[in-house]
Design a protein around this ligand. Structure first.
Ligand code: NAD
Length: 351
């Protein structure tokens, strides 16, 4: 395959991440250069071994360039993507693709009009913690799973850059919620979501949300709960999944955790637990002979498969892993979450 000539626009934290990953794919991709409005980032690009383009127009006008990854603040994804596609470039936008569904639809119209690949970097589909959670649900490892909880929690508020300003597309739903919701859509891609309930938090910020609690109900009754927190000084597990015969915890990104399965449903006798104000059998822990503990399954992944797929789409007409339909579903869920939080209601929409 002759190498796909690729540029990166927006060479900040994530632009540099793309640059380093692409260096390891130099058998299929050639980075022709990067562009950033900040001189310091143009210099950083040079130091990393790339050639900065002198302007965005230079990117648009480079006839050899086939693919551009946009890694600027969120509000710029749409205008830059549309200009790039009009100039004949295939486009990867960083997440969130843009700020609302109507903007996204304009991007999709441009992709169809100019006949270009347009997709989003939903890289957290390759996170191993997510892949373990998906495997447990797909393989009915806990019996029929009926609830999953996915949390990311920090304690430093929102980073003090563009992420805390509404006009730049800041806020944690758009920043982290988009990853967790995309994972939930991919957990059960064939099942529709029938309702969304969300509470957004404003602990450290007023202009944009600094966290969220979102519950999705799937058409089969399965519930998915997503939490993003930025004022959490003790973290809850990254994932909690529970099914009819067992529960699983994935504690952290280090993939620690365990599965606990019931081994004897019939033995329900429990030694009551005495609390300060009474007894409980219902909430007493199970006795050891009625449960079994297992390690989490192993999975492997390589996030570079994202770019490998992009190359196959451009060269061989393969289907992109991240499709317009999936991107639209995630955007619709985020819009429903904003509406639910504003109106304090369950949004009953088929998504
Ligand atoms: P950042 O602030 O570190 O970098 C953004 C860069 O864009 C800055 O260097 C800025 O100078 C540059 N920029 C601004 N306007 C520009 C323009 N008109 N043309 C060219 N460059 C311009 O932010 P970041 O953390 O790198 O985030 C960038 C994007 O990547 C965001 O959309 C963010 O959501 C996304 N992101 C994705 C992941 C992921 O895991 N997929 C992780 C982090 C960030």
């Amino acid at each position: 395959m002759n190498r796909i000539k690729t540029a990166i626009v927006g060479y900040g934290g994530m632009g540099a991440w793309h640059g380093e990953k692409l260096k390891t794919l130099d058998d299929i991709i050639e980075v022709t250069g990067t562009y950033d409005i900040k001189e310091t980032r143009q210099e950083a690009s040079k130091k990393a071994g790339f050639t900065p383009y002198p302007s965005f127009e230079a990117v648009l006008n480079d006839p050899a360039l086939e693919l551009v990854t946009i890694a600027t603040p969120n509000d710029l994804h749409k205008p830059l993507a549309v200009q790039l596609m009009a100039a004949g470039k295939n486009v990867i936008s960083e997440k969130p693709v843009t700020l609302c569904l109507s903007d996204l639809d304009e991007m999709i119209v441009a992709a169809n009009k100019y006949g270009k690949l347009f997709t989003v970097h939903q890289n957290r589909r390759w996170d191993e913690d997510f892949l373990i959670a998906k495997k447990l649900v797909d393989e009915n490892a806990l019996g029929n799973a009926f609830r999953i909880e996915s949390r990311v929690q920090g304690s430093r508020g929102i980073p003090g850059d563009w992420r805390n300003k509404k006009e730049f597309g800041g806020g944690m739903v758009l920043d982290w919620g988009v990853h967790l919701l995309d994972q939930m859509v991919m957990l059960k891609p064939d099942k529709k979501i029938t309702s969304v309930y969300a509470e957004l938090t404003y602990v450290t910020n007023e202009g944009v949300d600094d966290g969220c609690f979102i519950t999705l109900t799937f058409e089969d009754g399965f519930k998915a709960f997503v939490e993003v927190g930025t004022s959490n000084f003790i973290n809850l597990p990254r994932w909690y999944i529970t099914g009819e015969n067992g529960s699983a915890v994935i504690t952290d990104w280090d993939l620690s955790g365990k599965i606990t399965m019931v081994s004897d449903w019939e033995k329900r006798d429990a030694v009551p637990v005495a609390t300060a104000a009474g007894l409980t059998k219902t909430m007493a822990p199970r006795t050891e002979e009625t449960i079994k503990e297992y390690s989490l399954p192993k999975v492997t992944s390589d996030v570079r498969d994202y770019y490998r797929n992009i190359c196959k789409v451009i060269r061989n007409g393969a289907t992109p892993i991240v499709t317009h339909e999936q991107i639209r579903r995630v955007m619709k869920i985020m819009e429903a979450a904003f509406k639910s939080s504003e109106t304090n209601t369950v949004v009953k929409e088929i998504i």
